[in-house]
Design a protein around this ligand. Sequence first.
Ligand SMILES: [Zn+2]
Length: 80
Amino acid sequence: MAKVMKCTVCNSTEISKSQVKEKIPVGQDLVLVPIEVLMCQSCGERFYDRPTMRHLEQIEDDLAAHKRPLKEVGKILELA
Ligand SMILES: [Zn+2]
């Protein structure tokens, strides 16, 4: 039997897969990476399992090596 997963932040058991956009910093830029993660539906805390972590690490490596096609969707601005 699968044990019930509890949110480590708010103790809710309302945890399910959600489509999110993970922000990965590359130099001064941020790259949005759409992935599916387990997310607490109560407080929004995200939980990363090992395959998800590995997937993100792979994408980070690819981004650092400029192996992934990217499109510009906005700017990152800083208060002057
Ligand atoms: Zn929670």
